[in-house]
Design a protein around this ligand. Structure first.
Ligand code: PLP
Length: 220
C-alpha cells in the first residue's frame, strides 16, 4: 500500500478525539508531501536539525511535533516553530524551553515523558517525579510553556498483556493528574501508541498516536 492509502486507512479507524502524528523521521520530503496531500497536518520528528530543515521545505500549515530525546543546547533551533514537544523529562530541559520560547515570544506546549517500559534505555520520569515537577516552585515562574499532557513508550515486545499493563499504568497516572490545573499546566493529552501497539494504546485511553513505519514503511 502507498503512503496515502496507509494514512487514510489508519485515520478511518481512529475514534473521535484521537489524533494521528505521522512520524516521518529519516524519510524524504517527497514522502511527507504525499502524506500532506491527503490531509495529514501533524508530523513527528526525533532530531531537531532534521525537523528544522523539513520545516523550511514543507508548507507552513503543519504542526511539527518533537518526539525524540532532546539536547538542551538544540532547543533554540526548534523554538521558533515547534508545535508540541513530547519528550520533556527534566526541570532543566523545561527551563531551557521556557527561555527559548520567551525569546521567540511564544508559549510552547509540552508533554512530560513517563517511563513505563521495562527497558533500561528508555527515558522518562516516574509518577513521583512528575508530581514533584508539577508541584515545584520554579514551574510557577515559567510563563512561556504549557504542559498539556503525558507521553509514554511501551516496551518493545509482542507480549500483549505486558503492553496492556504498561498503557494502563500510564492512563492511571494521567487520570490522577487531569483535575490539576494551573496557569501553565492542564493535562488533556495522552500520547501513547506506535505502529505495533497503537490499537491497544487507544483501547487504554490514548488521545494521540505516533505512527511511523505503518505509514511510511520500514526505516533503514
Ligand atoms: C520512531 C518513533 C515512533 C514511531 O515508531 P513506529 O514503530 O515506526 O511507528 C513513535 N514514537 C517515538 C518516540 C519514536 O521515536
Amino acid at each position: 500500500m502507498s503512503i496515502s492509502e496507509n494514512i487514510l486507512k489508519i485515520k478511518s479507524k481512529l475514534p473521535e478525539g484521537v489524533s494521528l502524528v505521522a512520524v516521518s523521521k529519516t524519510k524524504p520530503i517527497s514522502d511527507l508531501l504525499e502524506a500532506y496531500n491527503v490531509g495529514q497536518r501533524i508530523f513527528g520528528e526525533n532530531k531537531i536539525q532534521e525537523m528544522a530543515s523539513k520545516y523550511n521545505e514543507m508548507p507552513k500549515d503543519i504542526a511539527w511535533h518533537m518526539i525524540g530525546h532532546i539536547q538542551r543546547n538544540k532547543v533554540k533551533y526548534m523554538a521558533p516553530f515547534v508545535s508540541l514537544i513530547h519528550g520533556v523529562d527534566s526541570l532543566r530541559l523545561l527551563t531551557e524551553i521556557n527561555k527559548q520560547a520567551l525569546k521567540n515570544n511564544r508559549i510552547i506546549d509540552c508533554l512530560l515523558q513517563v517511563k513505563i517500559a521495562a527497558e533500561e534505555n528508555k527515558f522518562g520520569l516516574s509518577e513521583n517525579e512528575v508530581l514533584n515537577l508539577l508541584g515545584s516552585e520554579e514551574i510557577k515562574t515559567f510563563q512561556n510553556i504549557k504542559i498539556i499532557g503525558l507521553m509514554g513508550m511501551a516496551t518493545f515486545t509482542n507480549n500483549q498483556e505486558q503492553l496492556q499493563k504498561e498503557f494502563e499504568i500510564l492512563k492511571c497516572i494521567f487520570d490522577n493528574l487531569t483535575h490539576l490545573n494551573s496557569t501553565n499546566y492542564n493535562l488533556k493529552t495522552l500520547s501513547m501508541g506506535m505502529s505495533d501497539d497503537y490499537p491497544i494504546a487507544i483501547k487504554n485511553g490514548s488521545t494521540m498516536i505516533r505512527v511511523g513505519s505503518s505509514i511510511f514503511g520500514k526505516r533503514t
